[in-house]
Design a protein around this ligand. Structure first.
Ligand SMILES: O=C(O)CCC(=O)C(=O)O
Ligand SMILES: [Fe+2]
Length: 292
C-alpha cells in the first residue's frame, strides 16, 4: 500500500465563526478556505469551541449505542438508501457499522432516534448530540455515527472503500484513532491525523458542480490497523428541499465554460445520492461566490 507521509493538508484555524463579513480577517480566512478547496478538496479545521470533554462524551455515548442489541440497532431505518443502520459486512466492510440521523439539525429527529434506540430514555444522548447546534448547524443535515472495528488480524484492512461524498460538503471528526486517508495522486494515499480539537472539511460532489469544478473533490477511504476501534461522526450538508444548484455567473468565463446544467438535488435519483447538511463552515464556502 502506497502511503505518502510527507504530504500535509492545510490546517485552518476558525477562531471565531462570528467574524464580521468584509473585514480583512474574514477575507483572509475566505481566501485560505477557497485555496484549500481548489487545491486539495479538503482541509483541517481547528475549532476549539467544541470542547474535548464534549467530544469525549459524544464518543462515550456512541460506545453505548454500538453495544445495543442488533434488533434495536436495526430499527434505525430510512427510506433513503444509506441513511439508516448499516451493519458490519452488509454494505461497506466487515469492520464498518454506522447509524444515520436524518434531519439532525432538528431536535425532534434526534429525540426520535434516541427513543428508538433507548425506549427507556437516554436523555443524555439527545442533549449531548443536540449541542452540535453550537457548531452553527442550521439547515438540513444527515449525521452518520460510525464505528470501525480494529481488524481482528491486526493487519491493514479496509474500513470504508474509496469514494467522494455526494453532499455539498462533509465535516468529520474522530476519537483520535486514525484511519481516514485521502488520495493525493493516482493511488498515492495519505493518512490524516488531526489535532484533537480539529475537524476535517471535505468538498462534496454538489459543491464541486456548483463551483463549475473550480473546487476539487478528494477521493477518501478508511483503512484500519492496530487494536483500537475508530469512532467518527460525519455531518453531511444537504441542500434544502427545492434548492436548484446553479453555477454563479462569476464562475463562468471563456477559460471556464459552464460544465453543469442547473439541477435540483431533490429530484430522485439525484436526491438519494446527494443528501447532506449545511453549517456555518458551508456558508463560508458559499461566500466564495466572491471569487475574483
Ligand atoms: O469515518 C470516516 O472517517 C469517513 C467517513 C466518510 O468518508 C463518509 O461517511 O462518507
Ligand atoms: Fe466520505
Amino acid at each position: 500500500m502506497d502511503v505518502d507521509t510527507k504530504f500535509e493538508v492545510p490546517v485552518i484555524e476558525f477562531r471565531s465563526l462570528d467574524l464580521e463579513r468584509g473585514t480583512d480577517e474574514w477575507h483572509h480566512l475566505c481566501k485560505r478556505v477557497r485555496e484549500a478547496c481548489e487545491t486539495y478538496g479538503c482541509f483541517e479545521v481547528v475549532y476549539e469551541k467544541i470542547s474535548t470533554e464534549l467530544r469525549n462524551k459524544m464518543f462515550g455515548l456512541m460506545k453505548d449505542l454500538v453495544e445495543l442489541p442488533l434488533e434495536r440497532k436495526q430499527k434505525n431505518v430510512s427510506s433513503i438508501p444509506y441513511h439508516g443502520y448499516i451493519g458490519p459486512g452488509s454494505l461497506f466492510s466487515l469492520l464498518y457499522e454506522g447509524f444515520g440521523l436524518v434531519d439532525a439539525s432538528n431536535r425532534d429527529s434526534i429525540k426520535n432516534f434516541t427513543q428508538l434506540m433507548w425506549p427507556d430514555d437516554h436523555a443524555q444522548f439527545c442533549d449531548t448530540l443536540w449541542i452540535k447546534g453550537e457548531m452553527g448547524v442550521s439547515d438540513e443535515t444527515l449525521v452518520r455515527l460510525i464505528k470501525y472495528m480494529a481488524p481482528p488480524t491486526r493487519d491493514y484492512e479496509r474500513g470504508l472503500h474509496a469514494h467522494t461524498d455526494k453532499s455539498i460538503s462533509t465535516i468529520i471528526f474522530d476519537n483520535q484513532v486514525s484511519g481516514l486517508e485521502i488520495e493525493v495522486k493516482d493511488s498515492q494515499w495519505i493518512k490524516l491525523s488531526i489535532y484533537p480539537s480539529s475537524f476535517v472539511f471535505v468538498v462534496g460532489d454538489t459543491l464541486k458542480a456548483w463551483s463549475n469544478e473550480r473546487l476539487k473533490v478528494v477521493n477518501h477511504r478508511v483503512i484500519m490497523n492496530g487494536y483500537k476501534n475508530r469512532l467518527s461522526i460525519a455531518t453531511f450538508a444537504i441542500p434544502i428541499e427545492g434548492t436548484i444548484i446553479k453555477t454563479p455567473k462569476e464562475l463562468i468565463d471563456e477559460q471556464h465554460p459552464q460544465l453543469y446544467k442547473d439541477f435540483d438535488c431533490n429530484v430522485p435519483p439525484i436526491r438519494d445520492r446527494c443528501r447532506s447538511q449545511a453549517g456555518d463552515i458551508t456558508k463560508l464556502i458559499l461566500a466564495l461566490k466572491q471569487f475574483s
